[in-house]
Design a protein around this ligand. Sequence first.
Ligand SMILES: C[S@@+](CC[C@H](N)C(=O)[O-])C[C@H]1O[C@@H](n2cnc3c(N)ncnc32)[C@H](O)[C@@H]1O
Length: 220
Amino acid sequence: MPTKKTKNVRTAKGRSTSSTKWLKRQINDPYVAKAQADGYRSRAAYKLIEMNEKLDLLHSGMSVIDLGAAPGGWSQIAANHGCKVIALDLLEMDPLPGVSFIRIDFSDDEAPGVLLDALGGSGVDLVMSDMAPNTTGHKKTDHLRIIALVEMAYDFAVQILNSGGSFLAKVRQGGTENELLAQMKRDFKTVKHIKPPSSRQESAETYVIAQGFRRRESLE
Ligand SMILES: C[S@@+](CC[C@H](N)C(=O)[O-])C[C@H]1O[C@@H](n2cnc3c(N)ncnc32)[C@H](O)[C@@H]1O
């Protein structure tokens, strides 16, 4: 990535130290500038680009579910590869060509049904989740929240993935919880963790990628 001189941010009255820190990081982040120049909705787009380069995830004609999609960087990348995307977020997202958007909280009991309706009975080739719950600052609570979202995404994915399909999800460093990881290894040919170069080193996030879905007999 290009390097540039670090710009400082003046602390405004009423702006907390953490938001000043966030702003300074945004202004000085080369991926943020690159995303603007490349016309991507978020710097997160590069994470999917980099993971796709390593894992060969996206192909034209694939059906993809993007959970926690706003503002739309991952959906853009998938659609640019010719995938048909259904995107979901609890926040609003501006329309994108090739992407159907549903605004709903994924932890809402109705969310899986709404997605299934949108699929109209067809299976999907990739379920990807970049969902990140708002952090409370309480480490244990934050950890449990992200685990709960990953588990929900996984339970949903195994119901709708086509044979050979993939599941990609953001997890916390330290990786996926043991029980879920063991289940993934039974359900998929390969399971690994990956931290793309554009994921900030200081960030606790990493991704789990499971490829080669073997449909469970009870689901056939
Ligand atoms: C890191 S952002 C996703 C960025 C996106 N991948 C991109 O490339 O632009 C995480 C998103 O997860 C969403 N999110 C968090 N919890 C959610 C939930 N329970 N249901 C739906 N979306 C959720 C947030 O609203 C946020 O937009």
